[in-house]
Write a protein that binds this ligand. Sequence first.
Ligand code: ZN
Length: 97
Amino acid sequence: MKSQPTRHQLAKAAQMEAQRRINSAAKDAEFVPCGACGGLVFAMGYRIKKLSRLATGQPNDMLFRYESYYCTKCGAEHVSAEAESPLLEGKADEAKE
Ligand SMILES: [Zn+2]
């Protein structure tokens, strides 16, 4: 008589299957070229927004950064993933006047 897999085991198996599919899809996918020059290598940068303390209700203004990529050949920004992948909240800066 077989014991039923636990929820945890099922979740883990589903996760492994998802990862396997992602790896397989990545192997078949093509590299995305720079829209401006066709370059294939990108470096990571950040776009930064300043959030007013008046808008956030926090004691200081804050910097909020978004990951972005730029072409190492021509410098064109590749993806503006703003609002789609906020990474980390920046540290509150010293808003002094
Ligand atoms: Zn380029």
